[in-house]
Design a protein around this ligand. Structure first.
Ligand code: ZN
Length: 181
């Protein structure tokens, strides 16, 4: 297994529109290896999610999940460990919710980001089986954050109120941190 370098904001590879995972790659050894490496990479930095473009892989593939309590974020709600290929997100209504976000590609910073509160997402698992869920709150936020990486969007591009964007240790001095994706 391999822990990959996580690209940081400013790298043009984070701004690409990722390519769909071709059907021929479903359930293949290279895909399973990539997914394992991504989980290992995410765990090495206690992340809550990781998108393939963050390790320079130009594919519509995200992983996320916090089904064990993350030592860095003991307060974060649990989200099932998920691998999602070629995702499609559909907001269920117009309602948005503000929440703090961080990103492994934007280390040391946090920002308040509005996201759709309720979404349905669909796609495929690494075996090519369809996956569809209706979720809300933190789970919906994590999925929207990760899938933004597939269209070249980093969360600072979604911040509307820049008075709530800053350095983690200043914003959250002595408090539990919101998760990094
Ligand atoms: Zn991120």
């Amino acid at each position: 297994m391999t822990i990959h370098e996580i690209l940081k904001m400013g790298d043009p590879r984070l701004l690409r529109i990722a390519k769909p995972v071709p059907q021929a790659a479903f359930d293949s050894d290279p895909l399973h290896t990539l997914v394992r490496d991504m989980f290992e990479t995410m765990a090495s930095v206690d992340g809550a999610g990781l998108a393939a473009p963050q390790i320079g892989v130009d594919l519509q593939l995200v992983i996320f999940g916090t089904d064990a309590v993350n030592p860095r974020y003991p307060e974060a709600p649990l989200v099932p460990r998920t691998v999602l290929l070629n995702p499609v997100i559909t907001p269920l209504d117009e309602e948005e919710e503000d929440g703090w976000e961080g990103c492994l590609s934007v280390p040391g910073l946090r920002g308040m980001v509005p996201r759709f509160k309720r979404i349905r997402y669909s796609g495929f698992d690494p075996y090519g089986d369809p996956l569809e869920r209706t979720v809300d709150g933190f789970h919906a936020r994590v999925v929207q954050h990760e899938c933004d990486h597939l269209i070249g969007k980093l969360y600072p591009m979604r911040v509307r109120d820049f008075s709530r964007f800053g350095f983690t240790e200043v914003l959250f001095a002595g408090q539990p941190l919101p998760p990094d994706d």
